[in-house]
Design a binder for this molecule. Sequence first.
Ligand SMILES: Cc1cc2nc3c(=O)[nH]c(=O)nc-3n(C[C@H](O)[C@H](O)[C@H](O)COP(=O)(O)O)c2cc1C
Length: 253
Amino acid sequence: MGSDGRLAPADTLIKPYQSSRHSRTNRELGGDEARRVPSPALVRRVPVASPGVELAEAVRRRRMVRGFSGAAPAPEVLESLLDLARRAPSAGNSQGWDAVVLKGAEQTNPFWEATTTAQWRAHSARWPGLRRAPVVVAFFSHPGAYTARYREPDKASSGLGAGHDAWPVPYWDTDAAMAVMILLLGAVDAGLGACFLGNFRGEEQLRTAIGVPADRRYLGAVLLGEGGGADPPSISSSRPRRSSSEVFHRGGW
Ligand SMILES: Cc1cc2nc3c(=O)[nH]c(=O)nc-3n(C[C@H](O)[C@H](O)[C@H](O)COP(=O)(O)O)c2cc1C
């Protein structure tokens, strides 16, 4: 649907569930499910970077990859993943996050120098595999974009324009994290390895090294590239996944 409420031209539309990655047609889906499938005329064309996998499969298959071969993703694949991340939902559609894309050792070295210590690099079994990540996408949230957005007339009654302390939840970080998740799943879809590294040290050094404005907060970074080489398992990822009945409190806690 165009911004004026009319349907987009036919050449910008796809028929859902009829490509190789969406093999089910409306007719194959029975009952309620068939009714939930949007009319082909209402679905916009989505750029596809790769043969792709189904979403549920991508979610199940995703694991943090901490060993990279060093081979860089094709530029068009990287751009397509970044474009997907840009489509993340955000509170009030504030879109208050930015990401710095670092490619190749010359650009990624300052990232590692800021966020890790020489001692860790000398002793970590994971360092050799991590350092070969050909792309590092460092995410920054912008709290000021949210307070400004929530001072606009349609949001002003929320009181959230008053300042960051008025926010029960820092949605600037949440929204950046949603974009991170798209990138992680997109990497699976594109056949790439990816790992999110949290912000545990070096924010100021990183900010200075890559020229980030002072009002942005460093969330963490996604490493992207072809998986390969040693990838020693992390202690964290060996922890068992909590069961559905532990996580979901149906009908009340
Ligand atoms: C907010 C956040 C911060 C994380 N920081 C790191 C990190 O600094 N280093 C690391 O190796 N993994 C990091 N991880 C990855 C987690 O260890 C990993 O997601 C968890 O062990 C589950 O494993 P899986 O993602 O492979 O399923 C982080 C994950 C999240 C969500």
